[in-house]
Design a protein around this ligand. Structure first.
Ligand code: ADP
Ligand code: MG
Length: 453
């Protein structure tokens, strides 16, 4: 049954062949679902040749379960309610049905709007859209804050087919006449539960009021279904097909998870020890606060580990650079807070490290889902200070088993770091005030005119 030798591009030549499927299973939808050992092929989902080529170019050899279910129904125009954990391939699951319909029936002006919680996700979805449409003339753009409005205004004016947007920046545009989406036929909500967590629900409702009333296909994705999301999905969806990708509470298989009990003050040293011993290759390291992510980054840099930081205090440009450098392998560690890093996809990520234990089990599952995506393997390590043990218990409950605990032989658990890791907030504010005062002093001496915005 393995087709492992087929290089992606030869998929095209194989397209008409079906004999590696059981010919007697002609009407065998359920057989397929049950056997689980006979994954479908993209060729069977009803996609145009241009998209099959693109998918093959991207190295996707067979659809993930959510794609297999969502794409054919989506192409038929059915509303979808998708519940699946991170890394299950939701992006192509909502893009492909829209793209196929756009290819069949192009329409005028912007046809599809995809709402997503963070800038990084918007950029990532737009990248995937580009890759999937490279053999077609379908156009698109990403709309998010922190960057210039101009190219985004152009995108509205040109009426690109697909807009991927964060709610805040989209609302900024909606104040102006050029931002009309009168021809909109498709709406996607991606990571709806995260948008709720981030307080975007009112913004989403505001966005919805700007959309035309006409018939519309809505594709709604959420990893969890808290009450307000159930409510929103009821309002937005008509007779949706519900696609639940089997929620094995635990994150994707292939992830080796372990706990590292360690006193809070020794967490930075433990991380550096693991890096030095090469027990950790490259890693996204999740911290509880922006301050901790920044401090960790500084410490690692000082110790000579090429690192970058990504959190809410960094500008969009800085975040993009950090992510790109990490993806390109220039940085070994990406110190992050999870509001920013959730949903971000990095190929060949060796490790996810929870430098701090997430308070909510869902966050644990999402963070850990960053590694070992789409069937690869990876490791997820969690540093646990004694005061974090109670959060571990609820996580173990959620994943349905106890997680193995590891001790690093030869590591000095009793050590005392030379400098404090966190600087207390009072001291930080005092320092900031002093710096501002100094800057004010300097600029009044120099007079104005450095033109810094
Ligand atoms: P989700 O939105 O569910 O978290 P993504 O759509 O971001 O997941 O996909 C996760 C990763 O899996 C991405 O790197 C994507 O390119 C890859 N991927 C998606 N579909 C497939 C597929 N059919 N085969 C192989 N890899 C895939
Ligand atoms: Mg996603």
């Amino acid at each position: 049954m393995t087709r492992g030798t087929a290089a992606p591009r030869s998929l095209k030549d194989e397209a008409p062949r079906k004999e590696d499927r059981d010919p007697t299973a002609a009407g065998g939808e359920s057989a397929r679902a049950e056997s689980g050992g006979n994954p479908g092929a993209f060729q069977e989902l009803g996609l145009h040749e241009d998209f099959l080529r693109a998918v093959a170019d991207m190295g996707f050899t067979e659809p993930t379960p959510i794609q297999e279910q969502a794409v054919p129904a989506g192409i038929q125009g059915r509303d979808l309610l998708g519940c699946a954990m991170t890394g299950s391939g939701k992006t192509a699951a909502f893009l492909l049905p829209i793209l196929q319909q756009l290819a069949e029936n192009p329409g005028k002006g912007t046809q599809a709007l995809i709402l997503t919680p963070t800038r990084e996700l918007a950029a990532q979805i737009d990248e995937e859209r580009k890759a999937l449409t490279r053999h077609t003339r379908i156009t698109g753009a990403a709309i998010f804050g922190g960057v210039s409005m101009k190219p985004q205004i152009q995108a509205f004016r040109r009426g690109v087919d697909i807009l991927v947007a964060t709610p805040g920046r989209l609302l900024d545009h909606f104040q102006y006449d050029y931002a009309r989406l009168d021809g909109l036929r498709f709406l996607v909500l991606d990571e709806a539960d995260r948008m709720l967590d981030m307080g975007f629900l009112p913004d989403i409702r505001r966005v919805l009021r700007h959309l035309p009333d006409g018939p519309r296909q809505t594709l709604f994705f959420s990893a969890t279904m808290p009450q307000p999301i159930v409510q929103l999905s009821r309002e937005l969806l008509t007779d949706p097909l519900r696609v639940d990708v089997e929620r094995k509470q635990a994150p994707a298989t292939g992830i080796d998870q372990a706990l590292f009990p360690v006193p809070a003050r020794q967490k930075p040293a433990l991380l550096m020890e693991l890096l030095t011993r090469n027990e950790v290759g490259n890693a996204i390291v999740f911290c509880r606060t922006k301050h901790r992510a920044k401090r960790l980054y500084q410490k690692l840099e000082k110790a000579g580990f090429p690192s970058a930081q990504i959190h809410g205090n960094r500008s969009q440009n800085q975040r993009t650079k950090a992510l790109k450098g990490f993806r390109d392998g220039r940085f070994r560690v990406l110190a992050a807070t999870d509001i920013v890093a959730r949903g971000i996809d990095v190929d060949a990520l060796d490790h996810v490290i929870n430098f701090d234990v997430p308070n909510v089990p869902e966050d644990y599952i999402h963070r850990v889902g960053r590694t070992a995506r789409a069937g690869e393997t990876g490791e997820a390590f969690t540093f646990v200070a004694p005061e974090e043990e109670s959060d571990i218990r609820s996580i173990e409950k959620a994943v349905g088993r106890s997680l193995p605990r590891r001790r690093v032989d030869g590591f000095d658990y009793k050590g005392e770091p030379e400098e404090r890791f966190e600087i207390p907030v009072g001291e930080r504010i005092a320092k900031m005030k002093a710096r501002r005062k100094e800057e004010r002093g300097r600029s009044s001496k120099k007079g104005k005119g450095r033109g810094r915005r």
